[in-house]
Design a protein around this ligand. Sequence first.
Ligand SMILES: Nc1ncnc2c1ncn2[C@@H]1O[C@H](COS(=O)(=O)NC(=O)[C@@H](N)CO)[C@@H](O)[C@H]1O
Length: 143
Amino acid sequence: MRMLLIHSDYLEYEVRDKALKNPEPISDEQKRGRLEEVLAVFMSVEKADESNPDEVVEKAVKEIKDVASQVKAERIFVYPFAHLSSELAKPDIALKVLQKIEEKLKEEGFEVKRAPFGYYKAFKLSCKGHPLAELSRTIVPSG
Ligand SMILES: Nc1ncnc2c1ncn2[C@@H]1O[C@H](COS(=O)(=O)NC(=O)[C@@H](N)CO)[C@@H](O)[C@H]1O
């Protein structure tokens, strides 16, 4: 898994067209979203992650928690992003991984939004620009 973490004043998105034949079903409310004072985490789930998705979820949550505590972010935006890797995992596996990451971050007490999976989306992002505001992490399953 490849992650790009951007500490932001806000991230907002608006769903445009389908990018997959069968994108994640979404409600009207999920067609747009915005969070302020947020750690935006753009994630590409990779083929290698298919060997142990649960371990990748655990490792990703640990990394995100670590960065969130460093930048003192209490809100996380989980953002599916297929452009951080050339070895993407299959969509059904990728969606499950991202849903689990969202779930675990909520269990950890963060306010979390997840942008819809399988759609082209317009988005606006305001990066804070401090030294830790732009970070990337690569996670590989050990198995
Ligand atoms: N492995 C993945 N990791 C993260 N997001 C993914 C992944 N696979 C698909 N997606 C989601 O599905 C959308 C489309 O994926 S894509 O790989 O860019 N495009 C396609 O698969 C089709 N356009 C056929 O090429 C992405 O914008 C993202 O929302």
